[in-house]
Design a protein around this ligand. Structure first.
Ligand code: FAD
Ligand code: SF4
Length: 398
């Protein structure tokens, strides 16, 4: 007699109903499926368990005595890379989409969980299980909004797929790793991206309207290593706004509470991570966490130019000085912001040191946010590695 797995008797929460993580919910999609059964254990905002899941996924958790491990998570290789022939319209050069297409083409996986957009709105995420390279390519470029990627998990079990690639950000991947064994797969590959400062769709609109001169024509944007936000517009033009000129007073409540309390910027649990922040401008940053990640990267190495990662400058003072500004929502006039951007670009942190600058700035801000708004969660929710990072700085008392 076969027994039905207990999660299959559970019911997905109805759209619009309050999620167990309440306002901290990042809409990862788990609760839209019968895997809601595991939510107390799986949700990144209810149960922080990065070290335990690192052990399971990579065979060890990060070593806090090695600075690279401490900051960037468990890894066996790191490099900067870019596609020799970039994919037109991808977020960067399209390494993520290329790996996913190769994996389907070579029959390594039967499906790829990725995020397309709805017909009506280029920024409204629509998670799918792509089964052809065309469907993967239709998901290229970031949808810079919270995306319920895991909402398709029920379909995987029902479809009988045995080999799957999931592309996703840290909170999605933590929940995925927790329910991985329940999915009935023979092999799961996880291609992660770093993620920070995400927003819901209304928040995105506010950010675009507050920051860009032409919000309706923005096709994508990125917080770049040159300390500017680069907006790409429909006509191909690039608008640059210095970080220090952002109207932080108006943007204070824009970022989702989940992202203001997240300490998994680098996506600790993916097999292979593809971002940009540890690489020189124009290049992507690759972190290979385990052998599965290496297997995925090997598929596309002949299509990439690569170079070693490097580190230059000293971030500490810039981070310490930005803590009160972040905290009080100070905005510099645009001329001063531009000047500061130019100076920092010339003498400021570069390569891995830029990545550390960004991690330090976000973790100190988020630590203060959790301390103020959820003091009862602070101790368990902030992982050890993040406490050590935050501990390097002097924080305001209240
Ligand atoms: P492409 O080939 O264009 O593919 C992009 C992939 O992203 C697609 O497969 C799609 O399924 C997936 N995707 C799109 N939107 C979402 C979403 N909302 N949630 C989950 N998956 C999505 N890198 C950094 O180094 N620092 C950062 O601060 C940073 N922030 C990010 C914030 C978000 C919300 C996202 C989605 C990514 C972020 N990244 C960050 C990663 C970076 O912007 C690029 O996505 C990455 O380098 C891959 O570029 P690509 O050209 O290879 O991707
Ligand atoms: Fe559920 Fe995901 Fe929201 Fe947590 S973040 S409450 S798992 S939908």
């Amino acid at each position: 007699m076969t027994s039905i797995a207990s999660h299959k008797k559970a019911k997905a929460l109805k759209p619009g109903s309050r999620r167990p993580a309440k306002e901290l919910c990042s809409e990862c999609g788990l609760c839209d499926t019968y895997y809601v059964h595991y939510v107390k254990e799986a949700c990144a905002f209810l149960n922080q368990q990065v070290a335990e899941l690192e052990e399971e996924a990579h065979g060890r958790s990060r070593n806090l005595d090695s600075e690279d491990d401490w900051y960037f998570g468990v890894h066996q290789d790191m490099m900067a890379a870019r596609k020799k022939q970039p994919i037109e319209g991808a977020q960067w050069t399209g390494i993520v989409s290329t790996i996913a297409c190769e994996m389907l083409d070579r029959g390594l996986v039967e499906g790829v969980v990725c995020v397309q957009n709805t017909k009506e709105d280029r920024f409204q995420p629509m998670p799918v299980i792509a089964t052809t390279p065309e469907e993967v390519l239709a998901a290229k470029v970031n949808k810079p909004t919270l995306s319920p990627n895991l909402s398709v998990l029920e379909q995987i079990e029902k479809s009988g797929m045995k080999r799957l690639l999931v592309i996703g950000v840290g909170c999605q991947i933590q929940a995925l790793r927790t329910v991985e064994k329940q999915l009935g797969l023979e092999k799961l590959y996880v291609l992660g991206t770093p993620c920070v400062d995400n927003v819901n769709r209304a928040g995105l609109q506010k950010f675009l309207e507050t920051t860009s001169k032409s919000p309706d024509t923005v096709v994508h944007y990125e917080f770049m290593q040159d300390f500017r936000v680069h907006f790409k517009h429909e006509d191909g033009s690039i608008e640059q706004v210095p970080f220090f000129g952002l109207k932080t007073n108006l943007l204070k409540d824009v970022f989702a509470p989940s992202c203001m309390s997240c300490f998994d910027y680098v996506n600790s649990l993916g097999d292979l991570i593809v971002g940009y922040m540890g690489a020189p401008f124009g290049w992507q940053w690759i972190v290979v966490r385990n052998n599965t990640g290496q297997e995925m990267l090997d598929l596309v190495m002949d299509k990439l130019d690569t170079q070693p990662v490097f580190s230059q400058g000293d971030r500490k003072q810039a981070v310490q000085q930005s803590i009160p500004a972040y905290d009080k929502g100070v905005t510099l006039p645009m001329w001063a912001a531009k000047l500061m951007g130019v100076v920092i670009e010339k003498i400021g942190p570069k390569g891995l040191e830029y990545a550390r600058f960004s991690i330090d700035s976000h973790f100190t801000r988020n630590y203060l946010y959790v301390k103020r708004n959820y003091p009862e969660k602070l101790n368990d929710h902030v992982p050890k590695y993040a406490k050590k990072i935050v501990g390097q700085y002097k924080l305001p008392k209240s």
